[in-house]
Write a protein that binds this ligand. Structure first.
Ligand SMILES: Cc1cc2nc3c(=O)[nH]c(=O)nc-3n(C[C@H](O)[C@H](O)[C@H](O)COP(=O)(O)O)c2cc1C
Ligand SMILES: Nc1ncnc2c1ncn2[C@@H]1O[C@H](COP(=O)(O)OP(=O)(O)O)[C@@H](O)[C@H]1O
Length: 294
């Protein structure tokens, strides 16, 4: 079956990506094609600059799941030395034509590809026409007068601007992780927290957030802390969710999802555990209120 192929990194699957996915579905329906996304693993920036700290909003697995939920097939193309050296013409002939049997491809206006980013929309159109492949350029989506992009979402998320993130993504952002053992201080404070180990995705600014927390088929309200725990001289970044109205949960080793709804306050070093506990009670009520408003 021939494919309609949207090409890109699709980090976060934000509103701009969603418009591309909808258009891919529309074209596929019209022409009897398999709606597809061609994306790269690792992210090309990670391939060229492996020393950079994590910058992606979601892991590749989560990206696959989100795109598939739109009804679009996901093709992960390994981004390695050989792939990075393909000429623009080879990318069209080998990957789009031979490997994917593309009939239509969708890219954004500034699309660059091939060795040293030497290909652009003009070369793509020219080379695709040789193989009877149509090229559609998708218009960028704007929000409040600015283009929606993965870097704009990352910037907002890193700054803890959760409401902006939700708006840019068209849904709340979710972070996946696994619950691991912490230092056991939570129970002593009367606030046991699920320590969520997050890999392959960035975190919001240190602070307290109103979140939903999912495990298996269950969903709870939670107050989630992100930070190094300066009160206890902590040194590593933690994500710790206190699940509301539950006192005998057993979550160690479970895969969980933290869904970011609102920012509550910034991180702080307290003089004592008691002072922190007083503040945590207030945080929990603020989180409850923020969640009841959504
Ligand atoms: C709602 C909430 C707010 C928190 N606020 C802070 C804070 O401002 N400063 C801080 O050092 N730790 C804060 N923490 C983190 C606690 O210090 C942490 O949950 C505790 O050390 C338990 O760690 P453990 O899971 O390793 O036992 C907060 C935790 C929660 C759940
Ligand atoms: N309301 C709750 N919210 C989060 N975790 C809870 C809750 N009730 C019980 N738990 C369990 O307690 C563990 C956290 O306890 P805590 O004393 O903070 O220990 P640790 O430092 O090992 O994370 C969680 O991983 C979870 O299994």
């Amino acid at each position: 079956m021939q494919r309609a192929v949207a090409i890109g990194n699709f980090d976060g699957v934000h509103l701009g990506h969603q418009r591309v996915l909808m258009r891919t579905l529309e074209l596929s329906e019209e022409h009897g094609l398999l709606p597809s996304v061609l994306t790269f693993e690792p992210h090309p920036v990670k391939f060229f600059k492996p020393e950079l700290p994590e910058f992606l909003l979601v892991s590749p697995e989560k990206k696959r799941e989100t795109i598939q939920n739109f009804g679009v097939d996901v093709v992960f193309r390994k981004f390695d030395e050989a792939f990075s050296k393909l000429s623009p013409h080879e990318f069209v002939s080998e990957v789009l034509h031979k490997e994917l049997n593309a009939k239509v491809v969708l890219v954004g206006d500034g699309f660059r590809y091939g060795s040293k980013r030497s290909g652009d929309v003009a070369t793509l159109k020219r080379d695709c026409s040789e193989f009877g492949i149509e090229v559609e350029i998708t218009e960028p989506v704007e929000l409040h007068g600015e283009i929606v992009s993965s870097s704009r979402v990352r910037k907002a998320f890193r700054a803890g601007q959760i409401k902006d993130v939700t708006e840019l993504m068209g849904r709340p952002h979710r972070t996946l992780g696994c619950v691991e053992h912490g230092d056991g201080i939570g129970h002593q404070l009367g606030f046991p927290t699920a320590n969520v180990r997050v890999e392959g995705a960035i975190l919001p600014a240190p602070g307290i957030y109103a979140t939903y927390f999912y495990e298996g088929g269950r969903a709870w309200k939670a107050a989630t802390y992100v930070g190094e725990r300066p009160t206890f001289n902590g040194r590593d970044m933690r994500v710790e969710s206190f699940v509301l109205d539950e006192d005998s949960l057993e979550l160690y080793g479970e895969d969980v999802i933290v869904e970011w709804i609102d920012w509550i306050r910034g991180d702080k070093a307290f003089e004592s555990a008691e002072a922190l506990v007083e503040q945590m009670k207030i945080d929990v009520e603020n989180a409850r209120r923020a969640l009841s408003l959504t």
